[in-house]
Ligand binder design. Sequence first.
Ligand code: TRP
Length: 329
Amino acid sequence: MKKTVYSAIQPSGELTIGNYLGALKNFKELQDEYRCLFAVADMHAITVRQDPQLLYERSLKLIAVYLACGIDPKKSIVFINSHVSEHTELAWILNTYAYIGQLKRMHQYKSKIAGNEENANAGLFLYPVLMASDILLYDTNLVPVGEDQKQHVEITRDLAERFNSYYGDTLIVPDPLIKEDGARIKSLQDPSIKMSKSDSNEKAYLLLLEDEKSLRNKINKSVTDSVGEINYSDDQPGVKNLLDIYKAFSGENMDKILSELEGKGYGELKKKVFEVTNETLSPIREDVARYMDNTEYLLEVAKDGAIKAREIANETLKRVYEKVGFVWR
Ligand code: TRP
């Protein structure tokens, strides 16, 4: 039996190249070896107020992005969370095993409430339990996520272990699978901070679906230094960042890249970075646009994915119901 991989992205904003390098790029490679589920985490997204029309559009667009990034709906299960109600059903049960103290210690919760717990919505607080349910419903072995979600995978493990210690082995305890690639990419304007789509300066980040012209512009305007030599060094953080981007997109090793660029100027480096990023991103951009012209197909993929997801989810939920003493429907 193949091991199971589960991951999800929230349809709550534009995706950056960090999402691509840290997550999407690897999803494609996992689908031959594992039973994979890739979800649109729309239920997580509404823990922050969303514009309904935008949320709808972004949910479909995320399906398009999954497909454009090489996820094959015949190999992997691609679906929208809110289509499979077992997620909230298991979440309710797991809420009764989650400790308030531990939920209060979640980094993401603390940063999102920004000191104002009284007026924070309860969904934000219970978010990690919903995420645990996503993962545990599918007997997931591996959860590819960014470093920022590691704590949520840990609480998932705690909940599974706690449940198992009450009732005997019922839930599979998953492991996180963390790729460093995307996490290392820095702001193009200030290479001392992480590249983030919430940066107030839009020149600081590259979107996954950035058009060609602005991709070129943003790379050309990225901050370098006055050294004038291409070295992979902490003393030249802007150049180092461009080299990291080059490496992540080209897949070449750093020694080869550095020898290729030896004696060249920053203009040449930027040109190369544009070329490799555009080579990967332009087919994705075009495919997404093509899929978005055919939203019926995207809905079909999502619905078909939900049927397959539900089959697995239902089995797990039944097992949990029986352990808890619920009468199975
Ligand atoms: N919380 C994740 C994020 O913001 C998205 C997510 C929801 C997820 N459910 C998941 C990731 C289950 C992995 C597994 O990135």
